[in-house]
Design a protein around this ligand. Structure first.
Ligand code: 5GP
Length: 105
């Protein structure tokens, strides 16, 4: 079943997209937990971090490199947090991996 993020990527559902490249998209979180709260989402639908394989290593590297670029572009690179929720059946709301980028600067 398609995740809500797959529908955002395909523009079936509207979202505030702040950045896009061939393999990922960056959107504003609909329910921000910090002044800046972005989600870096691969276009490939991978349910959880537990489902990653070695074939995904370039994709994961790109997610962190894009997080770094966006933090710099937004001038929040002096202080920000990056995290994945990995509790597949509990904390993780959307079963399509996404890197949270949060900052209160
Ligand atoms: P998780 O707990 O799965 O790591 O976090 C999912 C995040 O996605 C939450 O912070 C939640 O606010 C955000 N989210 C859920 N549905 C939508 C949506 O339809 N649009 C956007 N922009 N964010 C969403």
């Amino acid at each position: 079943m398609s995740s809500i993020f797959t529908k955002i990527i395909s523009r079936e559902i509207k979202s505030e997209i702040v950045y896009e490249q061939d393999n990922l998209i960056v959107i504003k979180d609909i329910n921000p937990k910090a002044k800046t709260h972005l989600l870096i989402i691969p276009k490939k639908e991978i349910p959880t971090i537990n489902d990653l394989t070695i074939n995904d290593k370039d994709l994961i590297a790109d997610m962190f490199l894009v997080a770094k670029k966006i933090a710099k572009d937004l001038n929040i690179d002096a202080w920000y947090r990056l995290h994945f929720n990995v509790w597949a059946l509990w904390w993780q709301e959307v079963m399509h991996i996404h890197l949270h980028l949060l900052s209160d600067i």
